[in-house]
Design a protein around this ligand. Structure first.
Ligand code: GLN
Length: 542
């Protein structure tokens, strides 16, 4: 039997609802339960795939090719349970399905309304595919009071009755701000937020209060009284040094106990948190440090590279070092030499990206890394730019470029117009829709025996997640290999280059996929572990 936990937020956004959900999932797992996490996003885009990283942060891609909210990345990293298309929905998708049905005539002349049609669709989505799952955790994006989140709140309210009140737990995350001038913590915003939620008909069972100062007994009592929850169900959430300390911190505050109490389940036995203790110890006791430059385009917003920065942390956990990341806007290298900003770093990473702005700066940093023997890790766009650099400067193909930036004579990187999937052939052209039309999700690759990557993966066959429209043009393979850049990973049909490496370099690897999406703190991705190890070796030379 599946039990349901619904997580909403109030007062302000960015309080860490995603981490709260992920950490609670991890805590329930540590008590032997199976979990699945889901995100309900009230905005009208069909998915975040067409949104700028500045609007929405990273787009997280699942194995089944869904472009989803970055919170699904937190869920996977904390629980190890891979997300799927059926774990993230937006108002846009709900409405587009309903409108398609309306056009087909499925409503048989009836009026189509928010209640019950939209709410029914949200409910059906929320409880779908839960076989064998002990706890389904569903988080609603935004904050209570948002106009667009109302149908979601209403659907969750109804589910409390549909599923039976004993099978549902409502958690509400709020902020308890500290007013420095008054020297006081203020509970009123929390009271208002809960009032708003109760106005919709949801009485929270557990309140999680983000705070920068310990919440004194008196304030806790006040929150419990005014918000109609048990005093023990007011959980304080203080800032912690690393997000991987969060599961243990929430356990200390009694979060998992309170949730289990709501369901009438036993909470006396202590959970097994050893894996989190190990990770925390590693993070807080590194044996050294390395400096990694990430040369990207959306460096102004760290959420744009969420999985990437986490995967670097995981690489650090694996190598037992602290990874200091320097975020550099690639455009700066279009006017200035790389040396001033890159001479002291132990590794250079060029991440995924789109469009021409800053591309030449990324090419310049790949050149710097190649010539100075600095470890280089190119991910997706970062691989494509490294191949253009090698084509121009190693293979002497002067006009080498990507057709992503317009027509060119030597399209080293070209638009992918046809490829095989497990469901058959996909085709595209330059005029295709932008949304959901990239090569998306998990695809297999075969690695060359004896190559560096085959050693790193300790395997000849891998599967990694993709999200791109352009590909390295296999027609240039021979010329590039003769010039020193080998194609060490290919799609099984041999048409799509998946990995390149330069054997005559300490660590120069480019991958067409996104390995960061599959890295976990307790299972760091081998490419990130190996890259950080190479950076550690490089730091010994400096
Ligand atoms: N813009 C490139 C493409 O579409 C790379 C995409 C990416 O880095 N995710 O192929």
């Amino acid at each position: 039997m599946t039990r349901f936990i619904f997580i909403t937020g109030g007062v302000v956004s960015s309080l860490g609802k995603g981490i709260l959900s992920a950490a609670l999932g991890a805590l329930l797992q540590s008590r032997g339960y199976t979990v699945r996490l889901r995100k309900l996003d009230p905005y009208l885009n069909i998915d975040p795939g067409t949104m700028s990283p500045y609007q929405h942060g990273e787009v997280y891609v699942t194995d089944d090719g869904a472009e989803t909210d970055l919170d699904l990345g937190h869920y996977e990293r904390f629980t190890g349970v891979p997300g799927a298309q059926s774990d993230n929905v937006t108002s846009g998708r709900i409405y587009s399905d309903i409108l398609a049905r309306e056009r087909r005539g499925d409503y048989l002349g009836g009026t189509v309304q928010v209640i019950p049609h939209v709410t029914d669709a949200i409910k059906a989505f929320t409880i779908n595919k839960t076989d064998g799952v002990d706890f389904l955790l569903a988080e609603v994006g935004g904050t209570v009071g948002d106009i667009e989140s109302l149908p979601f709140m209403e659907a969750l309210r109804q589910l409390g009755n549909d599923l039976g009140r004993r099978n549902v737990c409502y958690i509400h995350l709020t902020l308890v701000p500290y007013l420095r001038a008054a020297g006081e913590l203020k509970t009123k915003p929390t009271q208002h937020s809960v009032k708003e939620l109760r106005g919709i008909g949801i009485q929270p069972d557990v309140l999680v209060c983000r705070t920068e100062h310990l919440i004194p007994e008196g304030e806790r009592k006040k929150i419990a009284l005014f918000c109609n929850v048990a005093e023990s169900a007011v959980i304080q959430a203080m800032d912690v040094a690393s997000i991987y300390d969060v599961p243990m911190a929430y356990h200390r505050e009694g979060l998992d106990n309170e949730v289990l109490k709501v369901f009438g389940l036993d909470y006396q036995e202590e959970p097994d948190l050893s894996r989190w203790e190990t990770i925390s110890k590693r993070i807080h006791n590194p044996e050294g440090e390395v400096n990694i430059a990430v040369v990207g385009k959306y460096t102004g917003l760290k959420d744009a590279y969420k999985s990437l920065s986490e995967a670097l942390v995981h690489g650090g956990i694996s190598a037992n070092v602290k990874v200091n990341v320097e975020w550099i806007e690639s455009e700066v290298f279009e006017d200035e030499d790389c040396a001033a900003r890159l001479s002291h770093v132990n590794g250079i990473l060029v991440p995924g990206g789109f469009g021409q702005r800053g591309a030449e700066g990324k090419i310049a940093s790949a050149k710097f890394a190649r010539e100075r023997a600095v470890p280089y890790f190119g991910i997706c766009f970062g691989m494509q730019m490294a191949v253009i650099e090698a084509a121009r400067n190693l293979a002497g193909i002067e006009g080498a470029n990507s057709t992503e930036f317009g027509p060119c004579d030597e399209s080293i990187i070209g638009l992918l117009t046809e490829w095989e999937t497990t469901k058959g052939k996909e085709t595209r052209d330059a005029a295709s829709n932008k949304g959901g039309t990239m090569r998306l999700g998990a695809y297999p690759a075969e690695l060359t025996a004896g190559s560096q990557v085959a050693g790193i993966y300790d395997s000849r066959e891998i599967s990694e997640r993709h999200r791109h429209r352009y590909e390295v043009n296999v027609a240039y393979k021979d010329r590039l290999e003769k010039a020193g850049m080998i194609f060490s990973g290919m799609s099984p049909d041999g048409k799509l280059p998946e990995i390149i490496e330069i054997p005559d370099h300490p660590w120069f690897i480019g991958v067409q996929f996104h390995p960061e999406l599959k890295s976990r703190p307790f299972e760091p991705h081998p490419l990130f572990s190996s890259f950080i190890e190479a950076a550690v070796n490089q730091s010994r030379l400096v």
